[in-house]
Design a protein around this ligand. Structure first.
Ligand code: K1U
Ligand code: ZN
Length: 171
């Protein structure tokens, strides 16, 4: 199974809005398998299809310590948001080596399809709740740096563009 290339901020393709998956078929199951392999190889806890330049509503996650509890969410929707908010230091595989605090709902209930095309609901809290909100933002073209000040975002953009230029030169 091939690993997929992860887009890096400020690539404009990260801002595309993903379309709902029309049918959970072999093409989607192959995409899910490739996304899981890519997420585990990159040591992430989540990955949205947008990050690998596929603009369909597919998310994979694994927030377990043992890294053996993959979670697949196709066409996810948040059906309940708890009132409590939580501030967490977030990272993103599309914004390498940048971490900052973001405020999100501490508990959410998500409805989605699994890789067999069956609907399920999941109550999430802790890192799983934060991660699912972060990944669902990717599906609507939003990257976590958009919660930061314009000044911080501009600095991140400049730093990542400089890194990309240096990597290009070294290649
Ligand atoms: O979307 C992504 O690029 C994956 C991202 C998910 C995420 C992590 C932390 C908070 C919210 C969303 C990552 O996996 S970043 C790398 C990572 O493994 C990690 C970073 C901070 C805390 C826990 C894990
Ligand atoms: Zn991310």
């Amino acid at each position: 199974m091939p690993q997929l290339t992860i887009l890096h901020y400020p690539d404009p393709r990260l801002h595309r809005v993903a379309a709902p998956v029309a049918a959970v078929d072999e093409r989607i199951r192959r995409l899910v398998a490739d996304m899981l392999e890519t997420m585990y190889a990159a040591e992430g806890v989540g990955l949205a299809a947008t990050q690998v330049d596929v603009h369909e509503r597919v998310i994979v996650m694994d927030t377990s310590e043992s890294r053996d509890r993959p979670l697949v969410l196709i066409n996810p929707e948040i059906v309940r948001r708890g009132e409590e908010l939580v501030v967490t230091e977030e990272g993103c595989l599309s914004v390498p080596a940048i971490y900052d605090k973001v405020t999100r709902h501490a508990q959410v209930t998500v409805r989605a399809l699994n890789r067999d095309g069956d609907t399920f609901e999941m109550d999430a809290e802790g890192l799983t709740a934060v991660c699912v909100q972060h990944e669902m933002d990717h599906l609507v073209g939003k990257v976590f740096v958009e919660y930061l000040s314009a000044l911080k975002r501009d600095r991140i953009r400049t730093r990542l563009l400089k890194r990309a230029r240096e990597a290009q030169k070294a290649a």
